[in-house]
Write a protein that binds this ligand. Structure first.
Ligand SMILES: NC(=O)C1=CN([C@@H]2O[C@H](COP(=O)(O)OP(=O)(O)OC[C@H]3O[C@@H](n4cnc5c(N)ncnc54)[C@H](O)[C@@H]3O)[C@@H](O)[C@H]2O)[C@@H](O)CC1
Ligand SMILES: Nc1ncnc2c1ncn2[C@@H]1O[C@H](COP(=O)(O)OP(=O)(O)O)[C@@H](O)[C@H]1O
Length: 282
């Protein structure tokens, strides 16, 4: 039996954000490599890069098709678009798993061979188990059901929705990775039985692209904690819970700023620095 589900709190999250110190440089703070977006979904790359940058990473290296690179650079000119050393990868948001180009497949192989921690989202979820690096996957209910079916676990989307905690837990054990199952309540589980929930403060979050923003926040947290992760891969679960908490709080603040009105994915990314600032002050 695993631990009972624990709701991740502001105090929990505060322990997992770090400010740079005098001895830091952009490399020591963490470099996040991102293989996201595609000609069909360039926005997913823009949203993820924007969110990662605003979470406070040393550098984002974006690897992707020329047109998507241009869109990313228009929004975030500080992004580096040449290959090089990275300390964590975020892979898959805005990628269609059925339409991976030869070049993309090469980039994926290179990334997964590097053994640094990996966040697998959306169109890269099928790659779970093809590498040995510490991994967290970030599916929604349909993606988790699909993934489990390909691993010969019979389950429907309705069943995952009816028992998200049970299925997040089962998936973590079956797949041997940390699982962040998205929803109004996000469930985070790992194979060792750690289990956390983050209950969203606003349901305006249920809109296109907010998951891509979450991926960017999580990727940045993983990159900035690369040293701790090298010593203890279990930290990944707590970083995932922290990312979900920051995401929920950023959405709450963005909505509060418009009197409880709607928020779009980019509004959430824009609210992230204030959330991080608040956590650092605790
Ligand atoms: N601006 C952009 O470029 C955006 C790109 N996106 C990317 O678009 C790709 C496809 O993502 P989608 O998940 O929308 O599409 P999918 O093709 O995975 O899912 C579409 C189907 O899944 C169902 N579904 C979607 N979310 C579900 C949930 N939470 N629970 C149960 N069923 C659900 C829908 O009813 C629909 O029938 C991903 O790579 C994603 O990263 C999206 O994030 C939207 C924004
Ligand atoms: N009803 C809801 N209330 C609050 N948050 C939700 C709700 N539905 C989804 N979310 C959150 O919104 C985000 C949606 O992500 P995802 O399904 O990947 O969408 P997309 O692919 O469009 O980015 C997740 O963080 C999820 O936890």
């Amino acid at each position: 039996m695993g631990e009972p589900w624990q709701e991740w709190t502001v105090d929990d999250a505060a322990g997992w954000v770090r400010a740079p110190h005098a001895g830091d440089d952009k490399y020591s703070r963490g470099v996040l490599g991102m293989i996201t977006g595609s000609p069909d979904y360039p926005g997913a790359a823009v949203l993820g890069v924007d969110a990662a940058t605003r979470t406070g990473v040393g550098m984002v290296r974006y690897i992707g098709p020329r047109g998507v690179r241009a869109a990313v650079l228009l929004r975030r000119p500080e992004t580096v678009t040449v290959s090089g050393r990275v300390q964590a990868w975020l892979i898959g948001s805005g990628i269609d798993p059925g339409r991976r180009s030869f070049m993309l497949q090469g980039d994926l192989q290179h990334a997964l061979a590097s053994r640094v921690p990996v966040v697998l989202d959306a169109g890269a979820l099928d790659l779970v188990g093809t590498h040995t690096a510490p991994t967290v996957i970030t599916p929604h209910a349909r993606e988790l059901a699909n993934l489990l079916v390909t691993r010969e676990v019979e389950v429907t989307v309705a069943e995952v929705r009816a028992d998200p905690g049970g299925w997040a837990d089962r998936a973590a054990r079956e797949l041997g990775v940390a699982v962040l199952l998205k929803g109004a309540v996000t469930h985070i589980a790992d194979p060792d039985g750690d289990r956390y929930t983050v209950t969203a403060d606003t349901h305006w979050l249920a809109s296109a692209g907010t998951g891509d923003v979450l991926g960017g926040i999580l990727g940045a947290l993983v990159a900035t904690h690369h040293e701790e992760l090298a010593l203890n891969a279990e930290v990944l679960t707590r970083l995932a819970a922290t990312a979900a908490w920051i995401h929920s709080e950023a959405a709450r603040r963005a909505s509060a700023a418009v009197d409880g009105g709607p928020v779009a994915a980019l509004d959430i990314a824009e609210a992230v620095p204030q959330v991080i600032g608040g956590l650092l002050q605790r």
